[in-house]
Ligand binder design. Structure first.
Ligand code: SF4
Ligand code: SF4
Length: 56
């Protein structure tokens, strides 16, 4: 299990700094989460203004 960022992402970057394991990086047109690194903490979902990170 991991969180995944949907196409709703507006690339604001708010989630990246809050990830405790640095699983989030800027991708092509949206931010992306490395599923192998994500520990499912949910901090990115709390930080996101548009609700883009979703638990898979
Ligand atoms: Fe990082 Fe937590 Fe979001 Fe996974 S759920 S990407 S560990 S902030
Ligand atoms: Fe995208 Fe939300 Fe992260 Fe901003 S906080 S970069 S909108 S996923």
């Amino acid at each position: 299990m991991a969180y995944k960022i949907s196409d709703e992402c507006i690339s604001c970057g708010a989630c990246e700094a809050g990830c405790p394991v640095n699983a989030i990086s800027e991708g092509d047109g949206k931010y992306v989460i490395d599923a192998d690194t994500c520990i499912d903490c949910g901090a990115c979902a709390d930080a996101c203004p548009v609700g883009a990170p979703q638990a898979e």
